[in-house]
Design a protein around this ligand. Sequence first.
Ligand SMILES: Cc1cc2nc3c(=O)[nH]c(=O)nc-3n(C[C@H](O)[C@H](O)[C@H](O)COP(=O)(O)O)c2cc1C
Length: 398
Amino acid sequence: MTLIALGVSSSVSIYKSCEIIRRLQDRKVQVQVIMTRNASRLISPLLFSALSGQEVIVDPFEDKQSAKIAHVALAKDISLLVVAPATANIIGKFAGGIADDFLSTFYTAVKCPVLIAPAMNEAMYLHRQTQQNIRKLKELGVKFVEPEAGYLACKETGWGRLAPPDKIVEEGLRLIQKSQSFKGQTVLVTAGPTREFLDPVRFITNRSTGKMGYELAEEALRRGAEVILVSGPTHLFPPPDAKLRKVQTAEDMKKEVLEHFSKADVVIMTAAVSDFKFEESASGKIKKEKLGGNIKIVPTPDVLKELGRKKGQKVLVGFAAETEKVVDNALKKLKDKNLDLIIANDVTAEGVGFESNFNQVSVVFPDGKSVQTEKMTKVEISQVIMNKIEEIVGKKSG
Ligand SMILES: Cc1cc2nc3c(=O)[nH]c(=O)nc-3n(C[C@H](O)[C@H](O)[C@H](O)COP(=O)(O)O)c2cc1C
C-alpha cells in the first residue's frame, strides 16, 4: 500500500486536513500524519490518529521510549510528503534549511516528491519574504498547490485560502503516478514565446507564457521519458529533471530544435514562435526619429514545416492558436506541416489559454476527427495530450 506523509502546521485551516486524510484513504493510500507542535495546540493529535489509524508524530524528543531515528526511517518508506496546510513559518523553515522540529527535519531527509499547500492571510502570502521562500523551494523542485482567493478566517477577502482538499489530493497522487510508458524514449518539447529584436530594447513577441509546454514536459518526465525542453523567455520554473535549453529568437529555437531532433522519438512544439522578425536588427538602440515608416518585417524560418519533412517514424505534435474556424484551420496546419496530431486553442475564449492556468482545447487528428476537452487545468490537459501521444506511439511501433 502506498504510504504518504501528511505534514500539518498551525494554520486556521487545519480542520481541512481531516478531509485530506479521508480523500487519500478513499484512494487506498495509508497516511502518516506529522504535526508541528503549534498545530497540536490548535487540534489534538488524537483526532488525526483516530482518522488515520496511525500514531501521529509531533515531537520525538518527548517520546522517551523511542531510540529510533524516526525521520530517517520514515523518509525511506514514504512515496510523497504533502504539507497541508503549510504556514508561512514552515515554508520559511523549509526554504532556509532549518530543521528544528520533526516536520522540518523530516523535509531535509526525504528524497521523494514534496507538495506544499500554503494557507495564510493575504498579507502574509503576498509578503516578499514568503514569495521569495516559495520561489526558492520551487527552484529546488518542490511543488505547490497555490492557495485560492476568497473569504479568509481573518474576516478579510483575498489570496491565501487553502486549496480544496480534492485538488491537493489529486495533485499529490499525480506526482507519484508510476507510469513508465515513455521509458527509453526522448521527448523534445518547445515552449514559450520568442523575441525578435529590432534593437537591444525593442522586440516582437506574443502572449505565450510557456505553461502548457512546461506541464507537458513534466508529464513526459513522470511517464519515464528523457525530456529536452527548448524554452523561450518565461517566468516559469523548469522541471529539474528536464534538459533545459534557453532561447530568445525563432532562429535560436530552430538551431536548438534541429540539434536535438535526431535524438527525439516524440517532438511537441508548443512554443509560440514569432512568424515575423525585423529585416534588420541594430546592435545599438535606434533613435525614435529614425524609426518612423522605415521598419520592414520578414517571415521567420518555418521550423515545424522543416521537421514535418524529415520526421520519419517520429511523432510530431503541433499547436495552433486560432480565433475562428478553430478546428478547420488547425487541420489545415496539420496537413501542411505533416503532423501526427495538432492541439487547437481558441484564443478568444475567456479564462483559458494565454496567461491562464486553464485551457480548453480541440485535439485534431490527421483523418479530420477531433475531440474537444472540457475546460481543465493545464496539468489535466497535459495528461489528455500525453495519453493521445501514447496511443500514436503505440500504433507506430506496431
Ligand atoms: C488561531 C491561529 C491561526 C493561525 N493561522 C495561520 C495561518 O493560516 N497561516 C499561517 O501561516 N500562520 C497562521 N498562524 C500563525 C502560526 O501559527 C505561527 O506562525 C506559528 O508560529 C507557526 O508554527 P508552525 O509552522 O510550526 O505550525 C495562526 C495562529 C493562530 C493562533
